[in-house]
Design a protein around this ligand. Structure first.
Ligand code: NAP
Length: 247
């Protein structure tokens, strides 16, 4: 029988921030479609949710591939009903000096972050507009606001997500769909733990708060933006970033 809980999709939810968002939304009463590239990781997070008494379904898929996006969306609707909340979180990290940046690195970065965001949003938006309600939350990065050395492709993709968030919010908010972005600073996830120890130590010293964020602190921002308490937030980019960027 179909669950009565509102239906949410979280992409890239097998690890790090996406996992924390999926767990938090499930605890807040959503039935969560846990997507990840890796089926094992998606299943493991979905099991964690179910074992804690929540509702979740795992579906592997690449958000940059239209056929995978169709499968993820159809599975969410079949298991949990029309999608009330989409969190576009899937992302990859890659760093290279501009002279060494290959077109393939650039294309993959934009495929996962920008094309993936576009395809997932295209999938869920028609039914949100038909129902006159829905929430879309895009995980950007503070590097999309301030740029980053050896991160032209990553920062560019994240800046594109912020621009897409603002444009779509202008287009659809009067029809009941709220679109916002979250631009985290450094967060303790495999993505950041893969960077050099020197970089991590230097970065911590620079932060007003003196520490990286934890994934559940980003999830708290997402939970807020998803909630009716955020009814006036439209096209905004919130920054859980340890004070690194103050706008
Ligand atoms: P993470 O631990 O590496 O998690 C990202 C997840 O997304 C991984 O499980 C990854 O799978 C999955 N994924 C990658 N490409 C995908 C695709 N095409 N389709 C579906 N899933 C895909 O990274 P994270 O730190 O939690 O990052 C989550 C999001 O936050 C990203 O958008 C990232 O850019 C953003 N962010 C992170 C930080 C930070 O400091 N950690 C700061 C600002 C923004 P694989 O591991 O198999 O690739």
């Amino acid at each position: 029988m179909m669950s009565q809980k509102p239906s949410a999709i979280v992409t890239g939810a097998g690890s790090g921030i996406g996992r924390a968002i999926a767990l938090r939304l499930a605890a807040d009463g959503y039935a969560v479609l846990v997507n990840d590239l890796s089926e094992d990781r998606a299943l493991s997070v979905a099991s964690e949710i179910v074992e804690a008494g929540g509702a979740a379904t795992a579906v592997a898929g690449d958000v940059a591939r239209p056929e995978d996006v169709a499968v993820v969306h159809a599975a969410a609707v079949a298991a949990h009903g029309d999608v009330a909340l989409l969190v576009n979180n899937a992302g990859i990290a890659h760093q290279a000096a501009f002279e060494h940046l290959e077109v393939g690195d650039f294309d993959r970065m934009f495929a996962v972050h920008v094309r993936g965001n576009f395809l997932m949003t295209k999938a869920v938006l028609p039914s949100m507009l038909a129902r006159g309600e829905g929430v879309i939350i895009n995980i950007a990065s503070q590097l999309g606001q301030i740029g980053g050395i050896e991160l032209v492709h990553y920062s560019g993709a994240k800046a594109a997500i912020i621009g897409m968030t603002k444009s779509l919010a202008r287009e659809v908010s009067s029809r009941g769909v709220r679109v916002n972005a979250v631009a985290p600073g450094p967060i303790n996830t495999p993505l950041v733990q893969g960077l050099s120890a020197e970089w991590q130590e230097r970065k911590k010293r620079e932060l007003p708060l003196g520490r990286f964020g934890e994934p559940d602190e980003v999830a708290a921002t997402v939970a807020f933006l998803a909630s009716p308490a955020a009814s006036l937030f439209v096209g905004q980019t919130l920054g859980p970033n340890s004070g690194d960027v103050m706008l």
